[in-house]
Design a protein around this ligand. Structure first.
Ligand code: U2F
Length: 449
């Protein structure tokens, strides 16, 4: 296939951690289907590429290239994702540049465009040096990005209410009046010299206005206030999602037989628990969650990061083996679309939020970092599709209370109705004349230019 003459050669730069690669690859697959004249060279670390691509993919015009992950030789991963990220960022942009040269040589064509995860702000500089366009993809909510773009305003507002209680609301932008001090991502206040993540957000905020367009895995109708705010801040912001409705599900395999197990459970009876791809619960909260699951009568399915046999009490696993299933990974979207699921306990990672809308499953929110606190607040106070866990941390009492509100009162049904409404809006957005489809067509034009 290298012998083919491609009219365009597009570099795709992935952020290799958490669930950032899968949505970027979804976007690229979709683009490649409507741009067969283009070759897409996809750059990520070896580990990330090996999860994203398989031999059978048969993607003729998408080719993965590995970039150096920056880790010292024989590095032993002991659960510290921040450390891995620090090493990765130290290796950028040199690692990408090196691999990009290899791809240009192989394909025999210079790059005509760079698509990247928005986190990789330096792609703006690479594109400028090459005199080509930069198209970043934002993989989370519109609200969380607006707060990053308005970091100065956030700081100014916060200074004016210093020493006020954490649950004080803080009206930063029109339509954001429900936000409390505690919902503002703490990364916006961390010294950029001390945190790569904070430095990255800051640089990203400065770089994004240089993009030809910014794409996002959301849809306009989900958050009209945000759409309005973007008009003056990032006029070329294109909502082209949700990818759960536009693209094949990247996580379909079910080695632990979760779906078969769900088939045996009653309608809307199961509690599904997952805190995404990187978070492990602090020991105290793990213990409280275990106690709640022991006491409550509901069946549960738990996607557990780590080793359940080592980290969960044997007595708990033994006692709940009939009504509960603890596994290392589930086909989450399929799980949430299963009629047996009644509620989803989540960290509010953006992909999980979209999964919950696609499956119309009310959520109980336990956010941890970054965008998650804003997503959680939006779910409870704006969309009304879930509850925040009392006190911000999992306790037996707090969880039992939220579970019984959603599973045994009309609150759960009200949330499901609201979710059905949002799901309908999402389906409309991805129809042939829908907003996300139109925005995607604009994106194709930019990429093909
Ligand atoms: C980071 O998010 P995470 O990777 O921690 O979590 P999600 O955005 O919720 O994505 C998890 C994905 O993995 C899938 C699930 C989602 O697509 O369907 N999954 C699964 O298939 N099976 C499982 O057992 C568990 C998960 C970050 F932490 C967040 O704050 C950001 O919002 C997010 C996007 O930028 O990235």
């Amino acid at each position: 296939s290298e012998a083919r003459n491609y009219l365009k050669h597009i570099a795709v730069l992935a952020f290799p951690m958490a669930t950032h690669g899968p949505p970027l690859l979804s976007l690229v697959r979709r683009l490649s289907a409507s741009a067969s004249y283009a070759k897409f060279s996809f750059f990520s670390t070896k580990e990330s590429n090996s999860k994203l691509f398989s031999e059978e993919d048969g993607l003729e015009n998408i080719k993965p290239y590995n970039v150096n992950d920056g880790l010292p030789e024989n590095y032993n991963f002991a659960g510290n994702h921040d450390e891995v990220m620090d090493y990765f960022f130290k290796a950028t942009p040199g690692n990408f540049k090196q691999a990009m040269e290899v791809a240009v040589e192989e394909v025999g064509k210079d790059f005509t465009c760079i698509i990247s995860d928005a986190f990789l702000w330096f792609a703006a500089d690479l594109a400028r040096e090459l005199h080509i366009t930069w198209v970043p993809l934002w993989t989370s909510s519109s609200r969380s990005l607006l707060l990053v773009l308005e970091t100065d305003l956030v700081h100014q507002k916060m200074r004016s209410i210093i020493n006020e209680p954490e649950d004080r609301t803080i009206d930063i932008l029109p339509g954001f009046s429900e936000l409390r001090i505690s919902d503002i991502p703490k990364e916006l206040f961390t010294d950029v010299k001390e945190s790569q993540f904070s430095a990255m957000l800051c640089k990203m905020g400065l770089a994004l206005p240089q993009a030809a367009v910014v794409a996002s895995n959301s849809f306009e109708e989900l958050d009209p206030d945000a759409v309005n705010l973007f008009k003056s801040r990032l006029p070329k912001f294109l909502h082209i999602g949700p990818f759960v409705l536009t693209s094949p599900d990247p996580f379909t395999s079910d080695p632990h037989g979760c779906l078969e197990w769900l088939d045996k459970q009653k309608h809307e009876s199961v509690v599904y628990i997952s805190f995404g791809s990187v978070i492990t619960l602090p020991p105290q909260e793990l213990a409280e969650l275990v106690e709640a699951l022991k006491e409550c009568k509901l069946p549960f399915l738990w996607s557990f990061r780590g080793n359940p046999k080592e980290e969960l009490p044997e007595e708990f696993l033994e006692r709940t083996k009939e009504k509960g299933k603890v596994v290392s990974w589930t086909p989450q979207l399929r799980v949430l679309r299963h009629k047996a699921i009644g509620v989803f306990v989540t960290h509010c990672g953006w992909n999980s939020v979209l999964d919950s809308i696609a499956g119309c499953v009310p959520v109980i929110c336990r956010p941890f970092f970054g965008d998650q606190t804003v997503n959680s607040r939006t779910i409870e106070a704006v969309w009304g599709t879930g509850l925040e866990i009392e006190g911000g941390r999992i306790t037996k009492g707090g969880l039992m209370k939220a579970l019984s509100l959603i599973m045994s009162t009309d609150e759960g049904n009200k949330m499901r109705k609201k979710l059905q409404h949002l799901q309908g809006l999402a389906l409309d957005a991805v129809r042939s004349s829908g907003s996300s489809t139109k925005n995607f067509e604009t994106l194709v034009e930019v990429v093909a230019k």
